[in-house]
Ligand binder design. Structure first.
Ligand SMILES: Cc1ncc(COP(=O)(O)O)c(C=O)c1O
Length: 404
C-alpha cells in the first residue's frame, strides 16, 4: 500500500531532526500536496480529508481565491509589523470581522494561533477588569502556551510537568451555582468557555447553563470570553457557535478556520472592553501579518460567496443523520453528537478508535480523534465538502466498522 522504503526513510529523518514532543495521529502518513477536500501522499495516493488539518482548512486546501490573495500580498508586502506602520490588509480584515461577529462595534487584535488568541483574551479581561481571576470549565482545551494551558483541562497530560501554572485560575463544571460562588468569593475578571468542547470530545455546553452564565456575567460585571477557535467561521452551521445560544459575549478568541490554514488568530472584543487596553499593554511582531490577513480576507469572502455557512448547516445535518443510522447498526458507536460540520462519533474506547482511524486511512479517508481519552472520532471536513464526498466518507467508515 505505502511506499515503505520512502516512508521509512522520511520517518527516520523526521526522528533524527525533530523533537520527540510532537504527537501524531498516524505513524506512517506523509503528505506532499493538497487540493480542496483531498490530500496527496508522498507516494502519489489521493486521500479524502475529513480532518481539515484539525478543523482549519475551512475553504478547503489551497482554495484558488485564498492562494491568489496570499500570493498577491506576498509580492507586495511580507512584513512590517503593525507597530511600525499601518497596512491595508490589517484594517480591512478588522472591518470584515466587525461585519460577521455577533459583537456590535467589535474591535480586533490579531495574532498567530489559537493559543495566542486565548492568551490575548485572558490578558485583555484581566487588564480591562483590573482583577486577577479567570474561571474556566472542566474538560476545556484552550491551548498549550502557559496562560492558555492554565485554563485547559481536557487532558491532564497537557499540564503534567508544567505546574505551577498561572495563579488565580478557577476550574468549574457547568454548574451555575458553583460559578456564582466563585465570582462571589474571588476577584474574577472573566469566564472563558468553549461553546462546544473541541478537544474535550465535541460536547455542546448545556444551553440553559450558557444563558444563565451570560446573565450572571452581565449582573456581576464579569467578562464573558467565548473561545471559538475551533467552532468559528461557519464550522457549526453559523458564522460563530455562540449564535446557537443567541447571546453576545464580551470577548472572543478566534483562529483555525479564519485563514483557511494560514497561521492566524484574533482576539475580538466589545469596544467598551477593548478601549480599556492601553497602547503597548499587549502586542506581537508578526501578529496580523499581511499575508495571513490577505488569506483571512479571502477566506471570509469565499465563505460568503459560496454560502459555506449554509453548506455546513445543511450537510452537517445530513452527515449527523447518516452517522446516527450507523449508530443503530453498530453497537461500538455509543453516541453521535455535534452541530454543522463538527460531528463527533463516540466509541467510548480509544483502542477501537485507533483501529477505525487506521482502517479508514488504509481506505484513503483521513479522520482524527478527539476527547480526553481519544475515544471520539471527529468529522470536520472542509466547509466546501459536497454530499458525494460525505457519502464516500460514510461508505468507507461503514466498511471499516464492519471489519473491526
Ligand atoms: C477551542 C480551542 N482553543 C484554542 C486552541 C489552541 O489553538 P492553537 O493550537 O492554534 O494554539 C485550540 C486548538 O485546538 C482549540 O480547539
Amino acid at each position: 500500500m505505502y511506499n515503505y522504503k520512502q516512508m521509512s526513510k522520511m520517518l527516520e529523518r523526521f526522528k533524527k531532526a525533530t523533537s520527540p514532543v510532537l504527537g501524531r495521529y498516524f505513524e506512517d502518513f506523509a503528505v506532499d500536496s493538497a487540493k480542496g477536500c483531498y490530500l496527496f501522499s508522498t507516494d502519489g495516493k489521493k486521500y479524502l480529508d475529513f480532518s481539515s488539518g484539525i478543523a482549519s482548512t475551512s475553504t478547503g486546501h489551497c482554495h484558488p481565491q485564498v492562494v491568489a490573495s496570499a500570493q498577491k500580498q506576498l509580492k507586495k508586502l511580507v512584513h512590517i509589523c503593525i507597530g511600525v506602520a499601518l497596512y491595508e490588509p490589517y484594517i480591512k480584515l478588522a472591518e470584515e470581522i466587525k461585519k460577521i461577529v455577533p459583537i456590535p462595534d467589535a474591535l480586533s487584535f490579531f495574532c498567530q494561533s489559537g493559543s495566542e488568541a486565548v492568551e490575548s483574551a485572558i490578558k485583555l479581561a484581566k487588564y480591562a477588569a483590573k482583577k486577577p481571576g479567570i474561571i474556566a470549565f472542566q474538560g476545556a482545551f484552550h491551548g498549550r502556551t502557559l496562560g492558555a494551558l492554565s485554563v485547559t483541562t481536557s487532558k491532564m497530560k497537557y499540564r503534567d510537568g508544567y505546574e505551577p501554572l498561572l495563579n488565580e485560575i478557577y476550574i468549574s463544571n457547568f454548574d451555575i451555582k458553583k460559578v456564582e460562588e466563585l465570582i462571589k468569593n474571588h476577584s474574577i475578571a472573566g469566564v472563558i468557555i468553549e461553546p462546544i468542547l473541541g478537544e474535550g470530545g465535541y460536547v455542546m455546553a448545556p444551553r440553559q447553563f450558557v444563558l444563565d452564565l451570560h446573565k450572571l456575567c452581565d449582573e456581576t460585571g464579569t467578562l464573558l470570553i467565548l473561545d471559538e477557535v475551533q467552532t468559528g467561521f461557519g464550522r457549526t452551521g453559523k458564522w460563530f457557535a455562540v449564535e446557537h445560544f443567541g447571546i453576545v459575549p464580551d470577548i472572543m478568541a478566534l483562529a483555525k478556520g479564519i485563514a483557511s490554514g494560514f497561521p492566524f488568530g484574533a482576539c475580538v472584543g466589545k469596544k467598551e472592553v477593548m478601549d480599556k487596553w492601553s497602547p503597548g499593554a499587549h502586542g506581537s511582531t508578526f501578529g496580523g501579518n499581511p499575508i495571513g490577513c490577505a488569506a483571512a480576507i479571502a477566506t471570509i469572502g469565499v465563505i460568503k460567496k459560496q454560502n459555506l455557512v449554509k453548506n455546513s448547516a445543511k450537510l452537517g445535518e445530513y452527515l449527523k443523520k447518516q452517522l446516527q443510522k450507523l449508530q443503530q447498526k453498530f453497537n461500538a458507536i455509543k453516541d453521535v453528537r455535534g452541530v454543522g460540520l463538527m460531528i463527533g462519533v463516540d466509541f467510548g474506547d480509544s483502542a477501537v478508535v485507533k483501529k477505525v482511524l487506521n482502517g479508514c486511512l488504509k481506505e484513503k479517508l483521513v479522520l482524527i480523534s478527539t476527547g480526553g481519552d481519544g475515544t471520539v472520532i471527529r468529522f470536520v471536513p472542509p466547509l466546501i465538502v459536497a454530499k458525494a464526498q460525505i457519502d464516500q466518507a460514510l461508505k468507507i467508515f461503514e466498511k471499516v466498522l464492519c471489519q473491526i
